[in-house]
Write a protein that binds this ligand. Structure first.
Ligand code: ADP
Ligand code: MG
Length: 352
């Protein structure tokens, strides 16, 4: 300690499939898409994060968007490392959160499906960017802490984190993950199902950004009580029959129908996990309910759909997009979570 202690800080990171967030003890200091813009001719990285996302589709076709963690595994490690280092350096230079010499402690929430080799690579990337000790946390544990669940108590808590590439379901008790499941069906898959629907029903070709906008503006998982015929929007795309631009109007019920399949898979994953809960923890979950987090938790009616299908109460975490990073930050500073930190290196999710 001594000389460097006044610079020592704790840093939390959410290395998500769709978004990366960084927080210091003062709060969230960076929130950017987990995207890298790459020149496909030279493999050179041209931009990272927000800037990379903005370049896509507006630049020559050899500039492509790479989402290094897209499916919850590190598809391209080189780009994941560049991205993580870039974000850490950006957070540091803009806010001066740590002096490299102070070797901050960094807790990183990573998708639970990444392999041991990938974990080591993430750790090295953080160390190269100036970290002292690096802790890798399974996303659902970080999400549960960030959502304020009593993870250290002898009480069962269930968290469902619906991100871009993966949905992670976990039951936590006494500082550890008791059972968990990770499926590669989440927000991206909902977007894809909207793309497929527009093609099938309207012969309309739309891009991922348009599909995501439809999902956020008009999407719902469950019929909402105040639904009306006015719940519709114009969608622009290309007519697949003649290649010309065309506008069609879609309504809420259609988009709900479009997303049925991936939504059912998410619910099935929750049900499977409920069935595996040890009996002594089941009562806690039935009493206290399931907490949903991640950007997918913001989909209208998803809480109601899961509650309806499982007959267990469902609560949406406060600020679902920030749970993981806040949990990663808190685990370093909250002494009651020390045991979680000790256990993190041994927790491994059950992959489906
Ligand atoms: P990850 O942890 O995998 O990076 P996030 O938790 O950041 O993912 O969530 C990103 C996903 O949440 C994206 O698929 C995005 O479309 C979706 N999302 C964000 N806001 C909403 C919303 N209001 N309604 C539905 N989905 C949303
Ligand atoms: Mg996440």
């Amino acid at each position: 300690m001594g000389l460097f202690s006044k610079f020592s800080k704790n840093i939390g990171i959410d290395l998500g499939t769709a978004n990366t967030l960084v927080c210091s003890e003062e709060g969230i200091i960076l929130r950017e898409p987990s995207v890298v813009a790459v020149n496909s001719l030279t493999s050179e990285v041209l931009a990272v994060g927000e800037e990379a996302k903005a370049m896509i589709g507006k630049t020559p076709s050899h500039i492509v968007a790479v989402r290094p963690l897209r499916d919850g595994v590190i598809a391209d490690f080189g780009y994941a490392e560049i991205m993580l280092r870039y974000f850490l350096e950006k957070a540091n230079t803009s806010k001066g959160i740590f002096k490299p010499i102070s070797k901050p402690r960094i807790a990183i929430g990573v998708p639970s499906g990444i392999t041991e080799v990938e974990r080591r690579a993430v750790r090295e990337a953080a160390e190269n960017a100036g970290a002292g000790t690096v802790y890798l946390l399974d996303e659902p544990m970080a999400a549960a802490i960030g959502a304020g669940l009593a993870v250290a108590e002898p009480i069962g808590s269930m968290i469902v984190d619906i991100g871009g590439g993966t949905t992670e379901v976990a039951v936590i008790s006494l500082s550890g993950v008791v059972i968990s499941e990770s499926i590669r069906i989440a927000g991206d898959e909902l977007n894809s199902s909207i793309i497929v629907y527009m093609k099938k029903v309207y012969n309309l070709s739309i891009g991922e950004t348009t599909a995501e906008n439809i999902k956020i503006k008009l999407g719902s998982a469950f019929k909402i009580s105040d639904e009306s015929d006015e719940d519709q929007m114009e969608v622009r795309g290309l007519n697949l029959l003649n290649g010309l631009p065309r506008t069609v109007i879609v309504n809420r019920a259609e988009i709900r129908e479009a997303m049925v399949e991936p939504l059912t898979s998410i619910v099935e994953s929750v049900k499977r996990t409920l069935e595996r809960i040890p009996p002594e923890l089941a009562a806690d979950i039935y009493d206290r309910g399931i907490v949903i987090a991640g950007g997918g938790a913001l989909l209208k009616g998803l809480d109601e759909m899961i509650a309806h299908e499982t007959e267990v109460p469902v609560h949406i975490a406060d600020d679902p997009l920030s749970c993981v990073v806040l949990g990663a930050g808190r685990i370093l500073t909250d002494k009651t979570l020390r045991r979680v930190l000790e256990l993190t290196t041994t927790n491994h999710a059950h992959l489906v």
